[in-house]
Design a protein around this ligand. Structure first.
Ligand SMILES: Cc1ncc(COP(=O)(O)O)c(C=O)c1O
Length: 381
């Protein structure tokens, strides 16, 4: 998709203010690779704000998920349960270790993994459940935790969308033994490409540091705990450069301001479009009363695939980029190799044809947002 043909893109990564000043500081610190001062500042901020045992910045959410799969010792033949309505990395990270994906359907309201379908998908081979908090709206974590603990299965929350979202007052990312965040340019807080692994179980901390440092105990060496470092486990290069962490720190410091702006954007879409939506049978985002969402996304569920495609074309004619989202993973080429068939996840199959996301970024100004709203209001479904 060529962004240049749109005057209002779907996403425009913005600046909070001091990004370049902090990057300059990283340069004068003389430490641009991973685990420098800005990496530590971001990690401490996340640990304090979320009250997680440890936060480790990574080069992406995908890499944080790969680390989670290694930490859980996923082996060939193990099964991992995921919603079919998600990004490939949610499951690819586990498939890379030899796991078999077990796709389950989503709830039609919040579009999150349907906890009522979970128990029947668990077998003696199940090693992990990976709930995805779609749009940062919390999955039904009470039920998911109860089922997982009864079967002794680990939970890894894919919280790519949901930093600072809450479920029943508790931050997303603090329920599973592990959770992952994304700082990709499309997220509320970003540094181009980046992520984090959140660790809620102390037993994973030391090994996670080793895996992130190419399988070496280099972090212990830098802390003066060993006099040389060496290869002690499998691992890879999962560190975020401190240059990117410096950029990210500026964004995380501005978290309240960024969230306030995004709340304003989300609320304006919601207020301005609800009458039009009810006239034409378009469904708006659903957020349960006990979930505090982080205002990551605004989507419309159109009545049909044809109506969704027509609205995308209508917006394009107005210079506005509206985009669809995940295609059902169980019906992808890879998903079919694992036995996925049409009809396995009917809600996912239906929703993925009808969902449309509207332009949503930190610097979306009122005039541009009004143009998006007016274009939609002039569209007859
Ligand atoms: C649910 C989900 N998980 C994981 C990812 C991967 O994130 P990253 O690009 O940081 O690897 C994405 C990407 O947007 C996502 O939507």
């Amino acid at each position: 998709m060529n962004r240049l043909v749109y005057d209002i893109p779907f996403n425009r990564p913005g600046l909070a203010g001091p990004e370049f000043e902090y990057m300059q500081k990283a340069v004068s610190n003389g430490h641009l690779s991973g685990n420098g001062d800005f990496t530590k500042k971001c990690q401490v901020l996340l640990e304090n704000e979320l009250s997680v045992v440890r936060a480790l910045l990574t080069s992406s959410c995908t890499h944080a998920l790969e680390m989670a799969a290694i930490l859980l010792n996923i082996q060939p033949g193990d099964e991992v349960i995921v919603p079919s309505f998600t990004f490939v990395s949610t499951i690819n990270a586990f498939v890379l270790r030899g796991a078999r994906p077990i796709f389950i359907d989503i709830r039609p309201d919040a579009l999150n993994l349907d906890e009522a379908k979970l128990e029947q998908a668990i077998t003696p081979r199940t090693k992990a459940i990976v709930p995805v908090h779609y749009a940062g709206v919390g999955c039904e974590m009470e039920a998911i935790l109860e089922i997982a603990s009864r079967h002794g299965v680990a939970i890894v929350e894919d919280n790519a969308h949901g930093l600072f979202g809450r479920y029943k007052g508790r931050y997303l990312g603090t329920f599973g033994c592990l959770a992952t965040q994304s700082f990709h340019e499309t997220k509320n807080f970003q540094c181009g490409e980046g992520g984090a692994l959140l660790i809620n179980n102390v037993q994973h901390v030391e090994r996670a540091e080793i895996i992130r440092e190419k399988g070496t105990n280099r972090s212990r060496f830098f802390r003066g705990q060993v006099d040389k470092y060496t290869w002690i486990d499998i691992g890879s290069s999962y560190l975020l450069s401190d240059l990117s962490a410096a950029f990210l720190y500026a964004q995380l410091e501005a978290r309240y301001e960024i969230q306030t702006r995004r709340q304003r954007v989300w609320t304006l879409y919601n207020d301005a479009l609800s009458g039009w939506a009810s006239t034409y049978g378009v469904r708006m985002p659903f957020v349960p009363a006990y979930c505090d969402q982080p205002y990551h996304m605004f989507y419309l569920l159109m009545p049909s695939l044809e109506a969704r495609q027509a609205l995308i074309a209508h917006l394009k004619a107005h210079g506005i980029m509206g985009v669809f989202h995940y295609l059902a993973l169980h019906l992808s080429d890879m998903g079919r190799q694992f036995g996925g068939e049409r009809g396995d996840c009917p809600v996912t199959e239906d929703i993925s044809d009808r969902l449309l996301r509207l332009p949503f970024y930190n610097d979306l100004n009122a005039a541009d947002q009004t143009r998006v709203i007016e274009a939609i209001l002039s569209f007859q479904v």
